[in-house]
Design a protein around this ligand. Sequence first.
Ligand code: FES
Length: 145
Amino acid sequence: MYSEKVMEHFQNPRNVGELENASGVGTVGNAKCGDIMRIYFDIDENQVIRDVKFKTFGCGAAVATSSMATELVKGKTIYEALEVTNKAVMEALDGLPPVKVHCSLLAEEAIHAALWDYCEKTGIKIEGLTKPKSDIGEEEEEEDY
Ligand code: FES
């Protein structure tokens, strides 16, 4: 049911972790299943994404798409990163089963949320970037469970 690339990225996800002093952080939740992804960008003075890390609390398809998405945005400018859509990520993974397509949205939305965070911090504008709806922000994290 899954392509070899999906399985490979699920088993060996790239760029897992966190970045201290990240230039932009985006956290999003998937409305359908409640899974969560957070992405960290280190963006240099030329607006190139120098480093990227992610954490995904979600299904295998979410992990694989997050992993591939980080590979696709690394080394790109903030403007090019906007073109890393869930469709582009799925294509790079040789497709996903139809019931798992929603999982790939997590990565795209997290990229947008992190770019938005960067723009807010720096005052830079990215044409076509809109405020992420599902950024669940930092507040939730600080709550005691
Ligand atoms: Fe939740 Fe895949 S089932 S992201």
